[in-house]
Design a protein around this ligand. Structure first.
Ligand code: FAS
Ligand code: PHB
Length: 389
């Protein structure tokens, strides 16, 4: 097989890049080690920046997003028993769209099927080869045979645990990491959300987040110990803990019900530099991870794809390599700003075992200053709605 671009990973980064390339007449093959259903069964992000919506518009994959997505022009910070609204629209003139990553992925998969572009699922033992040369290739195993894809470029969109970044020699890559001493226990339940906008709660018992997928489907999270187990959390225990961490008005308004998804995700900040190695380009979680506190993970994958697509389009349109040469620097400049924001939101909103009552008071002072200072609220808001691509 041969393609201009081999894309490893059929998550949002790989599928969005594939769609943009296909629309531009640049043939590409998407590979994934698992099947579509497994990918669609993963519950992840929920908030899209305007820049992400625009790129999905450009890809032609946003019809359902516009029909079903919820436009939010603010969210609340809850602390010391009260809610404080951050008016994104008034502070930045921008909004965010609440639309689950699962739906973004579904839309992109459906569009790829319609386009007829080649996708290979359940590809075992995917490996990347000769990306330091001008003729890289990818191999994988399926039905007992080893297959080969010759290409011009490889896009490593295979997430944090993928093969792409691992294939780069250690001497050629620098990594920066911060692991947080807690995780998020998340549930999905077919119940109306407690409020019409998101609530990020700082509480002495721990962080909580009230989000949603629609006005009938809620997504909630509570901070939990790293070694916690989903089995230790009955629905009743979850609902009780969530309500303990919310202001009284919200705690009374929570509609409880059976959860149909419950999982624990660890939190980490991670960046790999550079994001380009010859003809191999890393995009999305393959290159960086952020704690979901700032709703940046999926949106960073999208901005990486924006920069990488522009570079590949220019290469195939007029032979220019400028965009490809600039990719890593351009992407990392935006990545680090989002990593900083996600880190700062995480430090401000969570209980850290070693900072005790003093740490709680410092966080409450920071939050009190933030919600009463237009300058500080504006800085928070412009990071949350997403910095320019
Ligand atoms: P993905 O991880 O989505 O996709 C990578 C794909 O590559 C997968 O389908 C995988 O099967 C495939 N792959 C991996 N190794 C491979 C190999 N060797 N060969 C072939 N294929 C391979 N972000 C937010 O903004 N908000 C959130 O609330 C949030 N919650 C999250 C919860 C969890 C548990 C995780 C893990 C992430 C969360 N994120 C969140 C971040 C998440 O949304 C990512 O940013 C987003 O999935 C990035 O998309 P991709 O880069 O496409 O990576
Ligand atoms: C979600 O709805 O899953 C979500 C929303 C905002 C975040 C994190 C997760 O910051």
């Amino acid at each position: 097989m041969r393609a201009h671009v081999a894309i490893i990973g059929s998550g949002p980064a790989g599928l969005l890049l594939g769609q943009l390339l296909t629309n531009a007449g640049i043939d590409n093959i998407v590979l994934d080690r698992v099947g579509k259903d497994y990918i669609l069964g993963r519950v992840r992000a929920g908030v899209l920046e305007e820049g992400s919506v625009r790129l999905l518009d450009q890809a032609g994959s946003s019809a359902r997003l516009h029909a079903q997505g919820l436009q939010h022009d603010g969210f609340s910070l809850a602390f010391d028993g009260r809610n404080h609204r951050i008016n994104l629209w008034e502070l930045t003139g921008k909004k965010v769209t609440v639309y689950g990553q699962t739906e973004v992925t579904r839309d992109l998969m459906e569009q790829r099927e319609i386009s007829g572009a080649k996708s290979i699922y359940e590809a075992d033992n995917v490996n990347v080869h000769d990306f330091g040369s001008t003729s890289p290739h990818v191999t994988y195993e399926q039905a007992g045979r080893t297959e080969r894809i010759d290409c011009d470029f490889i896009a490593g969109c295979d997430g944090f645990h993928g093969v792409s970044r691992r294939s780069v020699p250690e001497r050629a890559i620098s990594t920066y990491e911060r692991a947080y001493p807690f995780g998020w226990l998340g549930v999905l339940a077919e119940v109306p959300p407690v409020a019409s906008e998101l609530i990020y709660a700082n509480h002495p018992r721990g962080f909580a987040l009230c989000s949603m997928r629609s006005m009938t489907r809620s997504r909630y999270y509570v901070q939990c110990p790293l070694d916690d187990k989903v089995e230790a959390w009955s629905d009743d225990r979850f609902w009780d803990e969530l309500r303990l961490r919310l202001p009284a008005e919200d705690a009374q308004a929570v509609t409880t019900g059976p959860s149909f998804e419950k999982s624990i995700a660890p939190l980490r900040s991670f960046v790999a530099e550079p994001m380009r190695f010859g003809r191999l380009f890393l995009a999305g979680d393959a290159a960086h991870i952020v704690p979901p506190t700032g709703a940046k993970g999926l949106n960073l994958a999208v901005s990486d794809v924006h920069y990488l697509f522009e570079g590949l389009r220019d290469y195939y349109t007029d032979g220019s390599v400028a965009g490809l040469d600039a990719y890593s620097g351009r992407a990392l400049q935006r990545v680090w700003k989002a990593v900083r924001f996600s880190w700062s939101m995480t430090m401000m909103m969570h209980r850290f075992p070693d900072t005790g009552a003093f740490g709680q008071k410092i966080q409450e002072a920071e939050l009190d200053y933030l919600v009463h200072s237009r300058a500080a609220s504006t800085a928070l808001a412009e990071n949350y709605v997403g910095l320019a691509f």
